[in-house]
Design a binder for this molecule. Structure first.
Ligand SMILES: Nc1ncnc2c1ncn2[C@@H]1O[C@H](COP(=O)(O)OP(=O)(O)O)[C@@H](O)[C@H]1O
Ligand SMILES: CC(=O)OP(=O)(O)O
Ligand SMILES: [Mg+2]
Length: 450
């Protein structure tokens, strides 16, 4: 085991509460070397047990070594309980790292805990909280109803940190920050001013911004380009799925809106539907209900939790949906019937994805004055990074534009962060990027080190 001299004394912990997962990384603060990392998946997902996978990273005489662990938890375990379990594991494993420093608990060495917070409303920069300086929590509470699957979970974890890890400052990094560059014609909804002043302006904000910022940094570096000169179409396909058109390093359009509901369907979310649908589907939809600590209307509850893959296929796991597809299944066929649940779910998701992809390709390539080349189409998020078949189907559909898939590269598991999966002669560069929202948060939090 390395002694304490191998490690810098200040640590940064990043926590990323997704709608089905908690991802975490512990970094040395100066060099941002990862010493502990992992994720809890299937958290609070119907019929699924949370699984915590984590890695202890050692640096033995200059060589990186990894010890991997996996634990399965009880299905009923709540978000906060899973987070506390992660801190316990971190303490147990890092105690070995800090063997010479019994006077300090590993958690006391954590200076900053950065939290990925999905909705930041009109906030223009990260927010910092520490015991006695917690006013910002009120804003987060107000925003919780605009990201009901996410913000409240982050608040619960931020509060747990303020209480149980008081030596640290909490840095809240918002997904919405990356989309500050959206133009009024993109973020405006064509509707009259609301009757009552809402907690935040009713406009499109866009989400997954930390992921898009990370992907822009990683991919521009891979391509050897400046971020400001990079044009990408990115599909972040996770439990929540969205897409982003990035021109000259700036978010120009994105599929999520006022809340993470707009755009593509997700694990349990409907994505965009005719807004009137819900009043017919759930006549009591304006009743207010409490969902895991946040008051929301039944409409929002149904649209967020009773839609998407779960509603169509009975599972929110896209991997499972793909595994049930017959080998010779053609997702572009118009003959898929409503009782072919696996096929229908897959084909519907692919179809919605192609809608946005077509729109963004046209907006990027057809612009008469702005830079219009496409540097790459990037797949990311749990589905984007793992669904070989979906990437192949998208590539096939783009064949008319000269897109050629490198079949082997698409099927090969690689440790690389950015992987090229198109052939050298392909007219469209296809990439997989293993997004790193945690590293993005750590980079954004570093200026707040004390
Ligand atoms: N091998 C796989 N093939 C297809 N989809 C997968 C695979 N593994 C995971 N996924 C999908 O990725 C989703 C999780 O994505 P992720 O980005 O990690 O989640 P979150 O949105 O909670 O951050 C899962 O719900 C599952 O649908
Ligand atoms: C914004 C959002 O949907 O996030 P996630 O995909 O992590 O649930
Ligand atoms: Mg996520």
């Amino acid at each position: 085991m390395p002694g304490p001299s191998d490690l810098e004394n200040k640590l940064i912990l990043t926590v990323n509460c997704g709608s089905s997962s908690i991802k975490f990384k512990l970094y040395t603060a100066e060099s941002l070397r990862v010493i502990f990392s992992g994720s809890a998946s299937n958290v609070e997902q119907k019929g699924l047990k949370p699984t915590i996978k984590y890695v202890v990273h050692h640096n033995e005489h200059g060589h990186e070594e990894e010890e991997k662990f996996q634990e399965q938890e009880d299905e009923k375990m709540l978000y906060e309980a899973v987070f506390e379990r992660i801190i316990t594991l971190l303490e147990e494993k890092q105690l070995q790292h800090f063997a010479g420093q019994e006077h300090e608990r590993p958690r006391d060495l954590i200076r900053l805990i950065t939290h990925r917070v999905v909705h930041g409303g009109s906030q223009m920069e990260p927010m910092v909280l520490w015991p006695g300086h917690e006013e910002g929590i009120d804003l987060l509470d107000k925003l919780a109803e605009f990201a009901p699957l996410h913000n409240h979970r982050s608040i619960v974890v931020v509060k747990a940190c303020l209480e149980h890890l008081p030596a640290s400052h909490q840095v809240l990094c918002y997904d919405t920050l990356f989309h500050q560059t959206l133009a009024p014609k993109i973020y405006t909804y064509p509707i009259s001013a609301p009757e009552e002043a809402p907690p935040v302006p009713l406009r499109r904000y866009g989400m997954h911004g930390l992921s898009y910022a990370a992907i822009l940094r990683l991919v521009s570096n891979f391509l050897g380009k400046e971020k400001e000169e990079t044009n990408l179409i990115v599909a972040h396909l996770g439990s929540g799925a969205s897409m982003c058109l990035i021109r000259s390093g700036k978010s120009e359009d994105t599929t999520m809106g006022l809340t993470p509901l707009e755009g593509l369907p997700g694990g349990t979310r409907t994505g965009s539907v005719d807004p009137v649908l819900i009043y017919h589907h759930t006549p009591s939809s304006i009743e207010v209900v409490n969902y895991k600590g946040t008051d929301i209307t039944k409409a929002e509850l149904v649209l967020n939790t009773q839609g998407g893959f779960q509603a169509l296929a009975g599972t929110s796991d896209f991997g499972q949906i793909i595994s049930h597809l017959p080998q010779d299944f053609d997702p572009f066929s118009t003959d898929i019937s409503a009782d072919q649940k696996w096929e229908l779910t897959y084909a519907l998701f692919l179809d919605r994805l192609l809608n946005f992809l077509g729109s963004y390709l046209n907006k990027l390539r057809g612009h008469p004055t702005l830079p219009s080349h496409l540097d790459a189409l990037v797949f990311s998020g749990g589905i984007g990074e793992h669904a070989v078949r979906l990437r192949a189907d998208v590539a096939r559909y783009l064949g008319w534009l000269g897109c050629e898939l490198d079949v082997k590269a698409n099927e090969t598991d690689s440790e690389d962060v950015v992987i090229k999966i198109s052939t050298p002669s392909s007219k469209i560069v296809l990439l997989i990027c293993k997004t790193d929202e945690e590293q993005q948060c750590a980079l954004m939090a570093k200026p707040y080190l004390f």
